[in-house]
Design a protein around this ligand. Structure first.
Ligand code: ADP
Ligand code: MG
Length: 372
């Protein structure tokens, strides 16, 4: 039987838990033409969430263009990935799509290409001048909206990738374009690198300053996730006691990815026997064993101070405690070194700060650290 838990890819339908409030708010933002900046640590479910949102807005007549910028290494990649995403939303024969695209592009020429998976799809012939290409692909969505008399929502996923490019050509051009599009086109900028996204959008010196509403995505409530875990087991004919489902959620710290991952491991051990606390512990041990080489690699790359501060965090947790004299003496560190190291761990996205407390982002890495 198929495992009812899924992790490492987008989830939808019954494998997607809750987020009703977020869906409602984002649907309303998009239909009213609002620009939004969505961010969270990795794997909180941004991509899954926005795809659910786009399904809903599509029903209200909004054309959703989903652009995954993860693979962008240079300006040209942005142009071709964006153009391909636009073409994917058009239906009909290849010839028909190309002819429609010719109406919305000015200098880029649509053509049939073979992608890296060997499939035929529609791409564009690039032109020499990068600025012209960015202008053209950027303004194409406005012309698209005009041609079909429909509202358009453009989602730029992994947008932090643009901030890593050598020049800020895209940021500068796109700023102007986004501003002229008004309410007919709404832009959703999404990013995993919380701090980088924060800098791109909150720094008055950067082009995207104040371009939209900030929308941080949080975890999911323990109650909703516990119910979700029970339902997932039930869908395969297995019943799991509520307190055990809750234990999975608690170990996973209400992080959707880790709930699915641990849920999946427990399910594998659960066939033909009763699920109890021991099953969850065994599943965690197995999962940590599977992740061992990945975690040892991270650990080996860290400096001694990084290691000490991580250990300190998993052992004490609270911000005020890590600076206590007792703690500093125990780890033989000074307050200023701890401060500097914390900053560096935040940048590496190994830790995050919420409600005044620092925490390890990867819940299983934290469990692994507790065991070394
Ligand atoms: N609403 C949700 N319900 C259940 N699982 C979720 C949910 N959102 C995310 N997940 C879990 O987290 C994983 C990562 O989700 P994804 O949407 O790719 O996150 P992100 O885009 O933030 O990195 C999914 O594979 C799934 O296991
Ligand atoms: Mg994502």
């Amino acid at each position: 039987m198929q495992n009812p838990f899924v992790y490492g890819q987008e989830v939808f339908g019954e494998i997607f838990c809750n987020r009703t409030k977020e869906i409602k708010e984002l649907v309303s933002d998009i239909t009213s033409g609002q620009n939004v900046i969505i961010y969270s640590p990795r794997r909180y479910g941004k991509t899954s969430l926005i795809k659910e949102v786009l399904k809903k807005t599509e029903k209200e007549g909004v054309i959703g263009i989903y652009v995954d910028l993860y693979a962008v290494l240079k300006e040209e990649d942005f142009v071709s990935i964006y153009a391909a995403a636009i073409s994917k939303t058009l239906s009909g024969s290849m010839e028909r799509i190309i002819s429609n695209l010719k109406d919305i592009f000015r200098s880029l020429r649509p053509k049939i290409v073979i992608n890296s998976q060997g499939e035929t799809e529609i791409g564009v012939d690039l032109v020499k001048d990068t600025n012209i290409m960015i202008e053209d692909v950027g303004n194409a969505v406005q012309r698209y909206s005009d041609k079909y008399k429909k509202q358009v929502a453009v989602v730029f996923d992994e947008f932090q990738q643009i901030g890593l490019l050598k020049t800020d050509k895209i940021e500068k051009r796109l700023r102007g374009i986004v501003q002229t599009h008004g309410r007919k086109v709404s832009y959703i900028f999404m990013g995993s690198k919380k701090h980088m996204i924060y800098d791109m959008f909150s720094n008055p010196n950067r082009p995207f300053y104040k371009i939209g509403r900030h929308y941080p995505i949080g975890k999911i409530s323990a109650e909703k996730l516990t119910f979700f875990v029970i339902e997932r087991f039930k869908s395969t004919g297995i019943s799991i006691p509520e307190d055990i489902a809750r234990k999975i959620v608690d170990i996973a710290e209400c992080h959707p990815y880790y709930v699915q991952h641990l849920g999946s491991s427990v399910w594998k051990l659960a066939e033909h026997k009763r699920i109890d606390e021991k099953t969850v512990e065994d599943a965690l041990t197995l999962t940590l064993a599977e992740e061992k080489s990945a975690y040892s690699n991270i650990w080996d790359e860290l400096s001694l101070n990084h290691k000490k501060v991580l250990k300190m965090l998993v052992e004490s947790g609270q911000e005020n405690k890590i600076y206590s004299i007792e703690n500093l003496q125990k780890f033989n560190l000074t307050a200023s070194v701890v401060q500097k190291t914390i900053k560096s761990l935040l940048l590496k996205e190994l830790i995050d700060k919420s409600n005044g407390t620092y925490d390890i982002n990867d819940v299983f890495f934290k469990q692994w650290l507790l065991r070394i």
